[in-house]
Design a protein around this ligand. Sequence first.
Ligand code: CA
Length: 231
Amino acid sequence: MTAKRILIVEDEKAIRDMVAFGLRRAGYEVREAEDCRQARARIVDVRPDLMLVDWMLPDMSGLELTRSLKRAKDTEEIPVIMLTARAEEQDKVGGLEGGADDYITKPFSPRELLARIQAVLRRAAPAGAADVVEADGLKLDDSSHRVSAGEREIPLGPTEYRLLHFFMTHPERVFSRGQLLDRVWGGNTYVEERTVDVHIRRLRKALEPYQLERLVQTVRGAGYRFSTRDA
Ligand code: CA
């Protein structure tokens, strides 16, 4: 399985370094931002699986950042753990109301932080975040990177695999080409929207021999949807 990506938003370098070190050693892929503006750029660049957000940041409070992320369709699913200083502890209820999934009070031990992260990731995992997702006989096993229909393995290119994985873990929802580019390719790649169509075509072609291409549906004027119901 691919390493989970964690974005740390913290202006104090010493704390950022300490946290980043511990998380990398635990096998996470870590990215860092020192303020909200940088955090936003990082999210567009590579979507994190979880964010650690300090309460006090130079350009905007971590709470405001969290609120705005939780309000936006594209980022509402990203779990957030807020880092608070003891003095701000009375505000933590506010933090949770603002959409944070958990909070941890400084100073914290790396072990404590890791335990919180694991718990939040487990909780945040959508139904499809399990290693194996299945729909109508189509099975995707993320631990072995295998896609199969019954006993037969379906060969897929890396982009088609990522696309199918995204679809299967977000079923019955329409995504525009732009949203798919953001979520599957990562927003900072210079890819044209019609590239999405190319890979959708390839994905359908790969599914065709098993009559499973109907799962990848075109929604006229809107985009694409993965659905086990008829289009
Ligand atoms: Ca701070």
